[in-house]
Design a protein around this ligand. Structure first.
Ligand code: SF4
Length: 473
């Protein structure tokens, strides 16, 4: 994954388990396999039936949980979370799961996505006396549950969900219950699996493989699943809308070994590459992909075009994260440190460089330069997502519209800026076809908002960045 230096970052990964004596250990391994979805912080809340206990830390899962921490988290049920901070900023207070203790019971929440009406709901709650301990949009859900007048926790949860709008794959743990829910559009992935008698829930199915669980099914749009001593039951809390799962899960975010909505991510990426080769063929000597997320697509491009696939770029896995470096110059130096061209592969060759997306354009420019410095005669850039022209409000940090190069530049202007010999993006229909959806069907199953500006939910005035309000006005 290359997200932190591209400006396109997934917000979070969620893992949950019910009915396992080593719940916190299993959750730790589950979170480890979801690490690509967030590296800012990690946390686990565990229930032993009487009380909830937690540990959270900043950084990677292995850093957040030092030796001995897991042993303190004893219980049969747990929820865990890895976070990339988009909404609410960084800091330990915003690392999830968020845990709320009252005199009678505890409530913990882990959330992937973004609540688009969080600011308005929060203002209403504050006027009525609520005090918030974090700046995370997830905390409003806990307040809504606690303030609901309904008699049972399940009804309180449903009541809270009826107020919030946006994207959420959500896990809630109390001393005696695990509840998970998916927003009515099903914007983010969330699956249920079995591990012997235990139930497991994860943002991506790769986490099931990591812990030895078997994938059973996806959590459906508008569905709540409740797991407790009586087993698992499910109900709809909202009339489900047509599923609109995030297209970028297939293009870029999810791990290639995950299945998202029953479609394998590697297979989808490979056919995106094939589709690109059909749409915008080019004469070249080698095809290479930007590691790690574009390797599958590059293999597909090579297969379709008959041009050999080569490892033209190598990622150095042991370099620190680039986005903590403050200046553009240092950031670009970071890119250079992270990727190395394989001179023997690209020197004297016409190279097709397959990448998944262009956000600000600086990274692509830098990679083209790396290849040319290594002796590539020509660099032809092929992007397996359509131009990103609109910001995402559903938990993906695509920054503001003003920073999205495709919203202010034509393809030819972008090509010129990055110094490429040619540049092409996949078409929207081609992307849908590549993923395996019907482009003829307007209910294609995918969210396309960052390419089209057609958002599947209402968007609230205070969700839009001030820069974009000026641009739009
Ligand atoms: S707007 Fe784009 S990044 Fe955001 S959920 Fe939709 S497809 Fe995914």
């Amino acid at each position: 994954m290359f997200g932190e230096i591209k400006g396109l970052n997934e917000e979070c990964g969620v893992f949950a388990i019910w009915g396992h004596k080593d719940a916190s250990q299993v959750t730790y391994y589950g979170l480890h396999s979801l690490q690509h979805r967030g590296q800012e912080g990690a946390g686990i809340v565990v229930s032993d039936g009487d009380k909830l206990s937690t540990h959270k830390g900043l950084g990677l899962v292995t850093k957040a949980f030092k030796e001995g921490e897991l042993e303190k988290l004893q219980g049969h049920a747990a929820i865990g979370h890895v976070r990339y901070a988009t909404s609410g900023g960084g800091g330990l207070l915003n690392v999830q799961p968020l845990l709320f203790q009252s005199q009678t019971s505890g409530l913990a929440l882990a959330h992937n996505g973004n609540i688009v009406n969080a600011n308005g709901v929060k203002s209403d709650l504050e006027r009525e006396g609520s005090i918030f301990q974090s700046t995370s949009d997830t905390e409003v859900i806990a307040h809504l549950i606690k303030r609901s007048p309904h008699p049972t926790l399940e009804e309180q949860f449903k009541d809270a969900l009826s107020t919030i709008k946006g994207a959420y794959a959500l896990a809630v743990l109390t001393e005696d219950k695990l509840m998970v829910a998916m927003d009515p559009n099903g914007l983010r992935p969330l699956s249920i699996g079995r591990m012997g008698d235990a139930y497991v829930v994860a943002s991506e199915t790769c986490a099931f493989d990591a812990v030895g669980a078997v994938h059973e099914r996806e959590v459906q749009p508008g569905e709540i699943v409740i797991i407790d001593k009586d087993g698992m039951r499910s109900q709809l809390f909202s009339k489900p809308a047509d599923r609109q799962i995030c297209s970028m899960e297939y293009v870029y975010f999810a791990r290639p070994d995950s299945d998202v909505d029953q479609i394998n991510v590697h297979t989808a990426r490979k056919s995106l590459g094939k589709q690109m080769a059909k749409e915008t063929p080019v004469e070249a000597d080698v095809v290479t992909g930007v590691p790690d997320s574009s390797i599958s697509a590059a293999i597909g491009f090579a297969e379709q075009s008959g041009i050999p696939y080569e490892l033209g770029l190598i990622k150095n896995r042991y370099v620190g994260r680039t986005f903590i470096q403050p200046t553009q110059e240092l950031r670009e130096q970071g890119v250079k440190m992270k990727l190395s061209p394989v001179r023997g592969v690209v020197a004297g060759k016409r190279v097709v460089m397959v990448d998944d997306s262009i956000v600000r354009g600086t990274t692509s420019r830098r990679i083209v330069q790396l290849l040319k410095d290594a002796g590539a005669l020509e660099v032809h850039v092929r992007i397996t997502s359509p131009p990103i022209t609109h910001p995402c409000f559903y938990g993906i940090d695509t920054s503001t519209k003003a920073e999205l190069i495709a919203s202010t530049h034509t393809t030819e202007e972008m090509r010129e800026k990055m110094g490429a010999d040619s540049l092409a993006f996949i078409s929207i229909d081609g992307m849908l076809e590549g993923i395996g959806r019907s482009s003829q069907d307007k209910n294609c199953g995918q969210c396309l908002a960052c390419f089209t500006g057609n958002y599947p939910t209402e968007i609230y005035e205070d969700t839009v960045h001030p820069h974009d309000k000026v641009m739009n006005s």
